[in-house]
Design a protein around this ligand. Structure first.
Ligand SMILES: Nc1ncnc2c1ncn2[C@@H]1O[C@H](COP(=O)(O)OP(=O)(O)O)[C@@H](O)[C@H]1O
Ligand SMILES: [Mg+2]
Length: 274
């Protein structure tokens, strides 16, 4: 759908280091997401995936290295400025305003004068949200909250979306919806950098893949090569096809009831249900 010929990559990291205080988590990471393409970022729990996404979004400042979006150096830009440039994050734990209604959450994200259109767009991709517009976001099921989080990014028609563990703790049907949605977003020319426990599903839709291990890029290249030939084992010490996030393996997902509602499991990481 995108008619403009984009020459610059949507995202380009050059030798980025970042962490918390004196603890360096991400080391010398260089990666590129070409315009309109999908990149998978995989790696074991604690590898630094979330830290890296926060660094790209701007909530963590890199101690060294540079970050470019659309060819522009954003290394020193505040998160809000990167957001205005079209970079959206769907964060781990969703990042919605739980005390506001669904409609209010959507309108906060809408561009000026586009409140109504934003709501319509959100409902067009997730019809279930249409029946919940006046509900307080905190009262929604985990699956509905995730739909809201994704719809919020969608209504801004972003250029680049960073997706952190969107499927965590959700029922299989909702996970399907989320992957269908991500696919739809890519068809509009949006670039995606996706972290997800369902490694196979992400690799299947990705144009390029990166494996992060102990904060460093251990593999950069074809997703196909990771999917086949036991490269998982080589890079992560796991059999091919196995989810690499031990905190939420698909085996756990499989025990969830296949309903259209997300499971109620208070206290579980990633489930922000009250
Ligand atoms: N706020 C924080 N302060 C200090 N250390 C953190 C913080 N958040 C994460 N870490 C550490 O950074 C490392 C990478 O974590 P994270 O980026 O969440 O990995 P992943 O998303 O790949 O599971 C872990 O060792 C974790 O303990
Ligand atoms: Mg994480």
């Amino acid at each position: 759908m995108s008619t403009a010929v984009a020459v610059e990559p949507a995202l380009d990291l050059r030798n980025v280091y970042s962490g918390y205080g004196t603890s360096v988590i991400v080391r010398d990471v260089s990666l590129t997401v070409p315009a309109g393409k999908v990149a998978a970022l995989i790696g074991p729990n604690g590898a630094g995936k979330t830290t890296l996404l926060k660094t790209i979004a701007g909530t963590i400042r890199p101690s060294r290295g540079s970050i470019y979006m659309d060819g522009r150096d954003v290394t020193r830009l505040a998160p809000a400025r990167r957001h205005l440039m079209g970079a959206c994050t769907i964060p781990e734990g969703r990042g919605i305003f739980r005390s506001l209604t669904v409609r209010e959450n959507l309108q906060i994200q809408a561009r000026k004068g586009e409140d109504k259109r934003a709501t319509e767009l959100a409902v067009s991709v997730f019809p279930a949200l249409g029946e919940r517009l006046s509900f307080t976001a905190g009262t929604l099921s985990g699956g509905e909250q995730q739909m809201l989080a994704m719809a919020q990014a969608y209504v801004r028609q972003p250029k680049l979306v960073l997706v952190d563990e969107a499927s965590l703790g959700l029922a299989p049907l909702i996970v399907d919806l989320i992957f269908e949605f991500l696919q739809k977003v890519t068809q509009q020319g949006t670039s995606l950098l996706i972290v997800d426990q369902f490694v196979n599903r992400v690799l299947e839709m990705a144009d390029t893949a990166f494996v992060l291990r102990r904060g460093e890029i251990a593999y950069a290249g074809s997703p196909r090569q990771l999917l086949t030939g036991g490269v998982f084992k080589e890079y992560l010490g796991l059999p091919a096809g196995v989810a690499v996030d031990p905190a939420a393996p698909p085996a756990t997902q499989a025990t969830e009831a296949p309903t259209s509602r997300a499971p109620r499991r208070p206290g579980r990481a990633g489930d922000s249900r009250p």
